[in-house]
Design a protein around this ligand. Structure first.
Ligand code: SPV
Ligand code: MG
Length: 274
């Protein structure tokens, strides 16, 4: 399955319309959309309410990025039911210290919690879910922290033992070697989750050939597409002193009204307005 990042219900709807199998409720994208760093600057409530809005807009599953779980195992115990009630189908929780720093930032602060501590957080997450089909995905940041494959494998297996339904292994290496080596060496039974942002040359077909990988997450392509499109159009308007040259190339106002759910409102109007 492929999951596309979204930072609001509109981007989630566009991802669903494009045919992605799931939505990635990205902390990076939401932080970027508020123009703040992805470093636990936004509150859990801000992220949670966006997940609720996204889940109520799309039909495909939502994988919520809960960073480090907003604290220790006690916090996680209270956080999980909230995300479940908000309509998420899964959460991803990473083994960094709170407050986290974003993984792909050059020279970021990448400190991991002890393995036993994170096992406790996974166990707390599993115990707190109401629906056994709500997936708890543990994210290994050992490669991001520069601790090497052995530590990453050790952590992945320890998190599986604690009850994780899948293991997200993240890498910021610009070539796929590090991830390919990890996937090959993985002896766990649960599927792996990859986020190929840093090594985009690895395609879905390549990943399918590996076996072992259940989900591919495209972590930030909605916000990057939006930023690129806005920058280009804004610059053109300033350059031209008007909107005369951008209008034809933009989605029409009618298209946007359609994406707002106009067909649904028309049904309501026809049925109930008298
Ligand atoms: C996110 O999209 O928020 C992620 C993936 O956690 S990354 O930004 O690559 O860490
Ligand atoms: Mg994140």
């Amino acid at each position: 399955m492929t999951a596309m990042a979204a930072h609001n219900p509109l981007s989630a709807r566009l991802a669903q319309d494009a045919g992605f199998g799931a939505i990635w409720g990205s902390g990076f994208e939401l932080s970027a959309s508020y123009a703040v760093p992805d470093a636990n600057i936004l509150s859990m409530g801000t992220h949670l309410e966006m997940m609720r809005a996204i889940a109520s807009t799309v039909d495909i599953p939502l994988i919520a990025d809960i960073d480090t779980g907003f604290g220790n195992a006690v916090n996680v115990s209270y956080v999980i039911p909230l995300y479940e009630a908000a309509g998420a189908s899964a959460i991803v929780m990473e083994d960094k210290t709170f407050p986290k720093d974003t993984s792909l930032r050059a020279d970021g602060r990448q400190e991991l919690v002890r393995i036993e501590e994170f096992q406790g957080k996974i166990e707390a997450a599993c115990a707190a879910r109401r629906d056994p089909d709500f997936l708890i995905i543990a994210r290994v940041e050992a490669l991001i922290a520069g601790l090497g494959q052995e530590e990453a494998l050790k952590r992945g297996l320890a998190y599986e033992q604690a009850g994780a339904d899948a293991i997200l292994i993240h890498s910021k290496q610009a070539t796929p070697d590090q991830i390919l080596s990890f996937v090959q060496a993985w002896t766990g039974k649960v599927p792996l989750v990859l986020v190929p942002t840093a090594y985009p040359q690895l395609t879905e077909a390549d990943i399918a050939q590996l076996g072992k990988v259940g989900v591919v997450i495209y972590g930030n392509h909605a916000i990057r597409a939006a930023v690129g499109a806005m920058q280009a159009v804004f610059a053109q308007i300033r350059q031209d002193g008007g909107i005369q040259n951008v209008d034809a190339g933009l989605p029409s106002v009618k298209t946007i009204i359609g994406l707002q759910g106009d067909a649904h409102m028309r049904q309501i109007e026809a049925r109930f307005l008298r």
